[in-house]
Design a protein around this ligand. Structure first.
Ligand SMILES: [Zn+2]
Length: 257
């Protein structure tokens, strides 16, 4: 189980090898302004760390655009369409699964992208974050035709380009224990970070995929907020760590792959 000391030691190793470890931050499930969202955005500002908010277009409150500060370091992604589960109760939850026709799913995704573009303009990066981090792989080749340039799920990516014209950049750190719906604990959360960083350093995982922090502002308890503050502080001040905005993250390593 990992500790703050293990995180520092891993980043020190990157530094000793003359490398910088890239990170990016994706927060899911935004649809309306609120206290938790304000707190999240303030935390990003406090540490000077770029934040990518994955917004659910179907339920979106138009007030969201004005509630978010207009900073280059705050970018919006698309979180499915309505975040509704279409899988039967015997299967894992999925909005973008094989349970409906691809045409129906594609129409929703395109409508969602247009809504986000209309509301956020250039602040929106057309990258799709499938709810529950699951998507029918057979849908991936259709995404560029629907206007998407990026895809983000969870765990080290198998490939940077899962379909022609589509770039995948995942998350690797989940700070919530979803069975209990509370903070996962420092050791578990840090395991995600240290594990992915070490795998990249040894080239057991794609070294060019930035290590992704995944958060869910509506599910954070006090311990999750405390961890987030400390994690952002510890990484933002380490000389061998570098936080990327979503646009940079989806470009990173393009030539290398
Ligand atoms: Zn979600």
């Amino acid at each position: 189980m990992s500790s703050w000391k293990a995180l520092r030691a891993e980043l020190d190793r990157w530094g000793q090898e003359g490398r910088r470890a890239s990170f990016w931050w994706r927060d899911d499930d935004a649809s309306a302004p609120g206290e938790a969202l304000d707190r999240l955005v303030a935390l990003a500002g406090k540490h000077g760390v770029p934040l990518a908010l994955a917004v659910i277009p179907a339920d979106m409150d138009p007030g969201l655009a004005d509630a978010l500060p207009r900073r280059a370091r705050l970018q919006l992604l698309q979180h499915g369409f309505s975040h509704r589960n279409h899988a039967p109760a015997t299967e894992k939850k999925m909005e973008l699964g094989p349970h409906r026709s691809h045409g129906a799913v594609a129409r929703e995704l395109k409508a969602g992208r247009k809504r986000l573009e209309a509301l956020f303009g250039r602040r929106f990066l057309p990258a799709l974050v499938p709810p529950w981090n699951r998507i029918d792989p057979a849908l991936l080749p259709r995404l560029p035709g629907l206007g998407f340039v990026g895809l983000s799920t969870f765990r080290a990516r198998a490939t940077a380009a899962p379909a022609p014209g589509l770039r995948q950049v995942n998350c690797h750190i989940d700070i919530i224990d979803w069975r209990e719906r509370r903070f996962a604990g420092e050791a578990a959360a840090l395991d995600g970070a240290v594990g992915h960083l070490a795998a990249r350093r040894r080239a057991a995982a794609d070294p060019t995929e930035p290590t992704g922090l995944m958060t869910h502002h509506l599910a954070h308890d006090a311990a999750a907020w405390r961890f987030l503050d400390r994690f952002l502080g510890a990484t933002a001040t380490h000389p061998a760590a570098r936080w990327l905005g979503a646009r940079q993250a989806f470009r990173a390593g393009r030539r290398a792959s």
